[in-house]
Ligand binder design. Structure first.
Ligand SMILES: *Cc1c(COP(=O)(O)O)cnc(C)c1O
Length: 478
């Protein structure tokens, strides 16, 4: 299966190449040339099947024969054996036709683990086969960095450097990144904001000599393999509520649009999804876009659901490509207008095709807090602030269509954001046992100024300072 760029001016590549490519060279995002399909009887056959076996079927359909079946199986086992729930991503009912899909049973308590751990396994296998190694550089406002550090700890093939804004992430998020004992992962606190961290990362990727010398690779949410991993839980949860014989709807707390895009992919593959409901917090670019057809930047405000505090949603470009009938020139024009004037208008036909499948709703800080409190009082169920944004939007959607089961994606464990949860509900969520001693673990972190020369220098030295790896020795002998 070949993958093409949404901007139409980069070479088509296979799945393994998308693992390492990240952004296409024309600035676009990779999508499969055709959508693979899963038949009704294949979907029905997923009923009662363990998550890992379902993952083999769904991911197998998306990667075809490019990842050998035993390699895929091994990567899936390794990724999900570390989840604390036997169902991996269990479904809970919290109201009439209202369900939450718990995606936070991985090691770092956010849904990023689902995709990042699989990506790490597949990337290591691909690098091993090629005899190559990479330096992964990422910027994080919290969850992505923690998931990457956990997933790549002890990777034989990757050194990982995660830049985060010093003093601006939660204690739990910081400690998840700074307490790893693995020598190949590095938490880097930057004296600056999240945007500064992102700018430093982009500068490194644009510094081609540095990029090539260190074989830089990215693991952010535009990586196609991350989307692929997320498609699985749409299938498993829908099947447990009666798909393919009964359609279901999903509400997804959305930031960069990766998670909800995976739902769109599941639908393209044949899963009967009635509606995909995009839930935003006060950073509501997508809710505004669906309402008025104008995708326009409006700055970022800090909220209690920080992983959704974004100005633009990178993966939206993939949906746009479909809505424009895969017209790459139209996507290029929209993206250049976004870069130059901060926005673009979606033509009528494309907007209608988006609205035919998606709804969008904004949940204010007050509404999210009230939803946390009501859900605790009515069901004794603690929502994290991101999931609360989704549950509020899910309830509004259920008023429009009470007959279709609604699944809200629960993207973080409440204990990852204890202050907001305690303030809203009066109940302090407890960390799971494997993290109970997190606040007493030794932290290892370096604090650097917001200066790309200094940061590049650090990465260069730390990546080299690693003891020679047996795999390298073997290469040297050759
Ligand atoms: C990353 C994240 C989101 C947003 O997901 P996208 O794929 O970027 O839309 C929502 N909630 C939590 C807890 C997250 O970590």
């Amino acid at each position: 299966m070949l993958h093409i760029s949404t901007r139409g001016a980069a070479p088509a590549i296979n799945f393994t190449e998308t693992l390492l490519a990240g952004l296409a060279r024309d600035g676009g995002l990779y999508v499969p040339q055709d959508w693979p399909t899963v038949s009704k009887s294949e979907i029905a056959a997923l009923s009662g099947v363990p998550y890992m076996a379902a993952a083999e079927t769904i991911i197998g359909a998306l990667v075809e024969d490019e990842v050998p079946a035993p390699t895929l199986k091994r990567a899936i086992r390794a990724a999900y054996a570390a989840f604390r729930h036997p169902s991996v991503c269990p479904l809970m009912q919290i109201g009439d036709n209202l369900f939450v899909l718990e995606l936070f049973h991985g090691p770092t308590l956010a849904f990023k683990d689902v995709a990042m751990r699989l990506l790490a396994g597949l990337m290591d296998a691909a690098l091993e086969a090629k005899g190559q190694r990479v330096t992964i550089v990422g910027a994080t406002s919290g969850d992505t960095g923690a998931a990457a550090i956990d997933a790549f700890a002890d990777s034989r093939r990757a050194d990982v450097f995660i830049l985060y804004p010093h003093g601006r992430i939660s204690d739990v998020q910081r400690r998840q990144m700074t307490t790893s004992a693995a020598p190949n992962v590095h938490a880097v606190a930057v004296e600056g904001s999240f945007d500064d961290c992102q700018a430093l990362m982009k500068a490194m990727f644009n510094h081609h000599e540095f990029r090539d010398r260190l074989s830089l690779a990215g693991v952010n949410s535009i990586n196609w393999a991350r989307i692929v991993a997320q498609v699985v839980y749409y299938f498993t949860s829908a099947v447990s509520l009666g798909a393919p014989h009964r359609p279901v709807s999903f509400t997804v707390p959305t930031g960069n649009f990766g998670d909800v895009l995976a739902g769109f992919v599941a639908k393209r593959m044949g899963l009967p999804i009635a509606r995909l409901n995009i839930a935003t917090n006060d950073n509501d670019i997508l809710a505004r876009t669906l309402a008025n057809g104008r995708y326009e930047k409006a700055g970022v405000v800090a909220t209690a659901s920080p992983s959704m505090d974004i100005e633009v949603s990178s993966n939206f470009e993939r949906l746009l490509f479909e809505a424009y009938g895969r017209d790459a020139a139209a996507v290029r024009a929209a993206m250049s207008s976004l870069a130059q004037s901060g926005g673009f208008t979606i033509p009528g036909a494309a907007l209608r095709s988006i609205r035919a499948e998606f709804d969008a709703g904004r949940t204010t800080a007050r509404e999210a807090a009230a939803t946390m409190r009501q859900t605790w009082e009515a069901s004794r169920y603690l929502l994290d602030p991101h999931t609360a944004v989704a549950v509020h939007a899910a309830k509004q959607a259920l008023e429009r269509d009470p007959a279709t089961p609604m699944i809200a994606l629960a993207t973080a464990h409440p204990a990852k954001f204890p202050e907001a949860v305690t303030e809203a509900t009066g109940v302090r969520p407890e960390l799971p046992a494997h993290l109970a001693d997190l606040s007493r673990r030794h932290e290892r972190v370096v604090l650097l100024p917001n200066d790309s020369r200094v940061v590049e220098d650090f990465i260069e030295k730390a990546a080299r300072a690693r003891p020679p790896h047996p795999a390298d020795a073997a290469e040297n002998v050759e």
